[in-house]
Every structure is written in C-alpha cells, then in structure tokens.
Design a binder for this molecule. Structure first.
Ligand code: FAD
Ligand code: SF4
Ligand code: SF4
Length: 475
C-alpha cells in the first residue's frame, strides 16, 4: 500500500537538481549539478506513483528496487533506502550520476509523458552520498574463508571492481591487475570530473583495498604476465579489460600532430585533475585554441565540454548525421550547448590541413542494414572551419586480446569481443570468465556493473567444483 507520502506527481512539479551557472562551471571540473537537500529528495521521491508493474525497474539494467527505495526516502527512512539500493548495486551513487536515465529508468517512468519522470537518478545519488557522509557504508566483511582459493581479475573498471567486491564478500582472495596506475577504468581516466568527481570513484576503490582486495597497478597482462601465467596463479580468472582500439578518421591529415585521439586527450585532462605531471601538456591543452571534435557519442560530448573548461577559443562538434540520429545522450548535448559548444550536424571531415578541417555537407540517404539512414556527401558543398586542435572521437572496438594475451585459443567474435557462454559467462578457456565492454562492445557503466554482479554465482560454482575435485584427488 502506498503511503500518504507518495503519489504527489500531480501537485508537485518535477525538479531535477539545479545546475551551476554556465560561467561558473566552465571554470572548473567539478560536477555541474548541486546536490539535493534532504527535503528536496524526500519531496521528489514522493512523486512516485508506486506502480504495480514498475517500468522504471524493468528498464534499469540492475533491476534496482526503485519504487521501494523512493518510498523509504519519502518517508525519511534514508538508511533503509540505502541498504535496499546497495543490495542490487555496487555503486549506486556512480550510476545515479552517469547513467543515461533518459534512456533507462526515467525514460520509462509512467508519469514521464504528462508530468515529467520521477528524478530517480538524482535520488539514487542522494541516498548513497548521504550514506557515505553518515557512515552507513560499512566495510566489506567476507562471509567465509574459502581456504585460500583466489581469483585474478584483469581490469579495474566497473565490471572488474564489482566482481572483485562480490567475490571478496564470498571469502575468496581477490587480485585485480590493471595497466593503469589507478583503478577505476573509464570511471577514473575516461569520464571527466564534471560528470563524476574522482573522489567518488576513489572511495569505492579504497573500500575494496581495505577489505583485502589486492590491486596490482601498472600491470599489463600480455606484457607483465601472460594469461596462462595468471591461470596458473589463480583458481579462476576474469577478463574485464574494456574496449580501447579507437576507430580512425580515415582522411588526409588525420595523422597530423594537432590531431588527438579522444581518450589520450581525456586521460591527459583527468591526470591534470589528479595533479599528475602530464607529458606533452601543451599539446593536450585546448587553451586559446579553436577546437573541432569529430563524432557524436558520449566520448565526443566529454571532449567538447573538457575543451570549454580548458579555455578553448571556440569548440565545434562535427557529426555526420543529424541531432535526432546522434548516439550521445540528449541531456549531454543540452549541457554542451549551454556551455557554448557549436554542433555542426550533417558534416563529416574530408581532410585536415594547416589549421583547418575541411568538411563535407552530408544528407541522410537510404536506411542501411542497421536500420539507420546512411549519411552521404552532398557534392560540391564542402566548407572549412578553423581548427588548431582536432579530436577524433568515433568510438572504440576491442583490441586483439588473444594476440596480446598469448592465448590464441581464446575465442572471440568477428568484432574482436570475447565470446562467452551467456549462462556462465565462461570463455572458451575453462575457468576463464569475461564481462563488461570486452564482451558487449562499448556500452554503459551500469551494464558493466550488472555483468560484474551476474558472473559471481558462476565463478563461485566453478571454484566450489575445483575444490571438490582437489579434495577427491587428495583422498
Ligand atoms: P573499463 O572501464 O574500460 O575498464 C577496463 C580496465 O581494464 C581499464 O582500467 C584498463 O586499464 C584495464 N585493462 C585493459 N587491458 C588490460 C591489460 N591487458 N592488462 C591489464 N589491464 C588492462 N557510460 C555510462 O554509463 N555513462 C557515461 O556517462 C559514460 N561516459 C563515457 C565517457 C567516455 C569518454 C567513455 C570512453 C565511455 C563512457 N561510458 C559511459 C562507457 C563506460 O565507461 C564503459 O561502458 C564502462 O566503463 C565499461 O566498463 P568495463 O569495466 O568493462 O571496462
Ligand atoms: Fe536508473 Fe541507472 Fe540507477 Fe538503474 S542504475 S535506477 S538505470 S540511474
Ligand atoms: Fe514510480 Fe515512475 Fe517507477 Fe512508476 S515508473 S514506480 S511512477 S518511478
């Protein structure tokens, strides 16, 4: 039964957290939204109509128990709301910040069309941020000692960290190997601070380290150990390496010194935010430059908004389709436009030359095999735009992992992603599992968390079977 605190969506307008003024937020890399105060979170949670079939929950990849934690929040029972939220997610405050809610939970909220969705992401963030402040986020306590069995996890992104937490809870020794110097994967070095402040990620990592998860940073599998060596070291191995082969802009001049891969640019900016010395800092700094970003996804959005904060003279985003057909989140496009980014729709680079991008005007032709109308160049409609810095942000494919890991028997799809048994998430190699972007292709943080959560029962079962076999052999 819904309480008197709920179903207030008719009288109470939707109120997302207020955003900081554009001038102010362009000066720093802090998150752009101000946090809710308690009364606001309670008020907004109380707009939920407590649907019998909650479509918000159905469309949340984690199937978070949204109506129940909204109700607990509206009733002022925040600690219980936190417990419930944490029971399905290892990082609710992170998903609350960076999930594209307009395509997931909020986009499917039944009151969205007529009244504006319940602000699920903002309430989710509020609940767990408050839990951290109040000390409700408790240390991880492993439930049992699993007799020294250990798991090796390759990749410290959201998929690997989630599996690390849940395997540690089960009492296994957990070792996480990552080629970066800090854990977090794209949460740390891809996504900029104005979407996700870094202390929010680091406190999650620290909680795992405090629970005995061993992090091996600057450790690249394929360079510092082969997959076979890790398999010999651990009872099971999980591959959670993400996808990092950047798609290329195939035009004349795309290999010039002022043409940067998006991730190199974002890593340099994130490193500067940590206070690290950045090699070739001037090359990666947009200050005083005309910047052109090529691409229309979330990576491109992060690049244009980073360039604004670095003090670029102008920032343009060139995308070959139109606004309605761009893959990036509509919310992020709006944020970028507010911050002064100019979107040039239906435009693709033809060549990059001495301080300019020459681009072709495009139009949308027939639908291709993927159902999307293919862009084609309009003859004789090229134009030139000044560009002291060009950033290539066309997305990512999988690297050649069987080659890099020295494991040709590791089966991959024709896209290079790892082939798994979808029930067990085991790869073609016994005891080697895989999750996250390296299985799905470039995806979302919330799906990586979901995979990291889902693989744990299968790994646990595998470990138990290994132990039983070892005992039988010893008997
Ligand atoms: P990753 O986060 O990529 O982590 C993989 C880890 O494996 C990395 O730390 C890497 O160093 C390590 N690794 C790789 N190879 C090796 C090796 N050989 N040895 C050791 N370690 C290795 N998603 C959202 O939901 N919201 C967003 O706003 C959003 N913004 C994004 C912005 C950018 C710029 C990018 C690139 C992606 C964004 N995404 C966003 C997507 C999201 O970040 C990914 O889907 C998610 O991080 C995938 O998680 P993962 O754990 O599979 O891999
Ligand atoms: Fe919505 Fe993402 Fe939170 Fe699920 S995890 S409730 S999709 S913000
Ligand atoms: Fe509440 Fe919207 Fe979910 Fe219905 S769909 S339970 S109104 S948040």
């Amino acid at each position: 039964m819904a309480t008197k605190k709920m179903l207030k969506f008719i009288d109470r307008p939707q109120a997302q957290p207020t955003k900081r003024a554009v001038d102010e937020r362009a000066e720093d890399f802090l998150e752009i939204s101000r946090p809710y105060i308690l009364a606001k979170a309670e008020e907004q949670a109380g707009r939920c109509s407590q649907c019998g079939v909650p479509f918000c929950q159905v469309h949340c990849p984690l199937q978070n128990n949204i109506p129940d934690w909204l109700k607990l929040t509206a009733e002022g029972r925040l600690e219980e709301a936190y417990e419930l939220s944490a029971s399905t997610s290892t990082m609710p405050e992170i998903c609350g910040r960076i999930c594209p809610q307009d395509r997931l939970c909020e986009g499917n909220c039944v009151i969205e069309k007529d009244f504006g969705a319940v602000t699920i992401g903002a309430v989710e963030k509020f609940i767990t941020d408050t839990a951290w402040e109040q000390g409700w986020v408790k240390p991880i306590v492993p439930v049992a000692d699993r007799s020294g069995q250990s798991v090796g996890i390759i990749g410290a992104g959201p998929a690997g960290l989630t599996a690390a937490e849940l395997m540690r809870v089960k009492g296994y020794e957990v070792h996480v190997y990552d080629r970066h110097d800090r854990a977090g994967g794209l949460l740390t070095y891809g996504i900029p601070g104005f979407k996700l402040e870094k202390p929010v990620v680091m406190r999650r990592v620290q909680r795992l380290a405090d629970a005995g998860v061993v992090f091996h940073q600057n450790f690249e599998v394929g360079r510092d150990a082969s997959l076979a060596e890790l398999r010999a070291r651990h009872d099971a191995v999980l591959i959670a390496t993400g996808v990092y082969k950047a798609r290329e802009v195939d035009v004349q001049g795309a290999d010039g010194p002022n043409v940067l891969p998006a991730l190199d640019y974002l890593i340099a900016s994130n490193r500067a935010g940590f206070g690290d010395a950045v090699p070739e800092a001037a090359r990666f700094d947009a200050h005083g430059k005309h910047v052109v970003v090529i691409g229309g996804g979330d990576t491109a959005m992060d690049c244009v908004r980073t360039a604004v904060r670095q003090g670029a003279l102008s920032v343009k985003c060139l995308y070959r389709r139109d606004r309605a057909n761009m893959p990036g989140s509509a919310r992020e496009v709006m944020n970028a436009e507010e911050e002064g980014v100019e979107f040039v729709w239906l435009a693709a680079p033809a060549r990059i030359e001495g301080g300019a991008v020459v681009a072709s005007r495009m139009r949308l032709g027939q639908a291709g095999p993927d159902g999307r109308r293919a862009p084609e160049a309009e003859p004789g409609a090229d134009f030139s735009t000044p560009a002291d810095m060009v950033i290539k942000a066309l997305g990512f494919d999988a690297e050649d992992l069987p080659g890099a890991f020295g494991a040709p028997e590791l089966s991959v799809t024709r896209w290079g992603t790892i082939r798994v048994d979808h029930k067990t998430m085991m790869t073609s190699l016994p005891g080697v599992f895989a999750v996250g972007d390296i299985v799905r292709g470039a995806s979302l943080v919330v799906w990586a968390v979901r995979d990291g959560r889902d693989v744990v029962p299968a790994m646990h079962q595998w470990m138990r079977a290994q132990l039983a076999t070892a005992k039988q052999e010893a008997a």
